[in-house]
Design a protein around this ligand. Sequence first.
Ligand SMILES: Cc1cc2nc3c(=O)[nH]c(=O)nc-3n(C[C@H](O)[C@H](O)[C@H](O)COP(=O)(O)OP(=O)(O)OC[C@H]3O[C@@H](n4cnc5c(N)ncnc54)[C@H](O)[C@@H]3O)c2cc1C
Length: 339
Amino acid sequence: MTAGTFTSASLREAQRIADEVLFPAALAVDADGAVPASHLNLLAEKGFYSLAAPPPLGTLDLGDFSDARTVVELIAGGCLTTAFVWVQHHSAVMATANTGNDHLRENYLAALAAGKRRAGLAIGAAVRPGPPVLRAKAVDGGYVFSGEAPWVTGWGSVDTLYTAARDDEDMLVFALIDAVEGATLSVEPLQMVAVQSSRTVTVRFDNHFVPAERVSGLVPHAAWLEREPEMLRFNGSLALGVAGRAISMLSDGAMVSELDSVRRQLGNAAPQDVAAARAACSELAMRAATALAVHDGSRAVLMDGHAQRLVREATFLLVFGSRPSIRAALLQELAKPRH
Ligand SMILES: Cc1cc2nc3c(=O)[nH]c(=O)nc-3n(C[C@H](O)[C@H](O)[C@H](O)COP(=O)(O)OP(=O)(O)OC[C@H]3O[C@@H](n4cnc5c(N)ncnc54)[C@H](O)[C@@H]3O)c2cc1C
């Protein structure tokens, strides 16, 4: 992808924001401990919080899923931390668009699509295989959630948490919860080597009451796991964004065609091949960021250079949103004999 190649006005706008606003500030955001509200406000103002919203609430000029992935890639190529906070939002939009709960649809959907409400995501704890670390129990008027969501990104930048907890019948209970600390909900900040300013925390629920009017739906755990490949595909675009930024900073055009090829692999992968495509995206991001460090020489170790930031971010993208199949594919690729 190069500047000015898009026919879609929204893709051109995403690229403009990435290149003119996000990238120039990316080192400062990385160091500052928080994503500036102005970044997220700009994304909201330009319609990017409606990425997953149905028309007429979805205001972007995009064709298909491939365009939506390109938006994620562009924003990630500008500032991965900003993209990482923003990208958590869209599951809540889809949930409120598709819910049978009229209260949620009427009170949340438009505000979420406009970015007036901003959502984080806390689903990994309940959806991962094995016993859930976040449990739901039906009570009068709703549910209580107990346990923890180990990784929740965007604390302080979101007002709503799209959360899943699992009940004793292996049903996932999805709900929109206020992202507010209190007697039954507490958070612990995590210290990370990259995207620290995403304010990723562990959220602990101690018999936290969730009224029925906040429940967007119940899904059998097994059915959810079957739908996973499509959701996993989107995370690959974060790695493509980091790879693309590093590649654009190499002076010789190296890896440009490889980036195109891996992007095609991600877009075209059949469900059973998404893991291999995700691994290819992560491996390319790591290699491209490493090449940029070598290209930049000694100054690559200085904290005011992008190479070290991109290497740290690529490291994070080796493990974020992983699954056993992605990990196996990555380990196989990394262990390939080259000599
Ligand atoms: C910095 C950072 C921020 C994150 N932010 C969020 C966030 O905001 N919201 C959020 O929900 N998650 C978040 N995650 C978690 C992420 O989505 C994955 O769950 C996690 O990266 C998987 O880590 P793991 O491979 O070490 O598996 P573990 O966490 O050790 O999980 C154990 C097993 O469960 C599987 N598993 C884990 N998560 C899922 C899942 N979601 N669906 C199906 N299987 C799963 C793993 O593949 C593994 O086999 C974040 C992770 C990181 C590193």
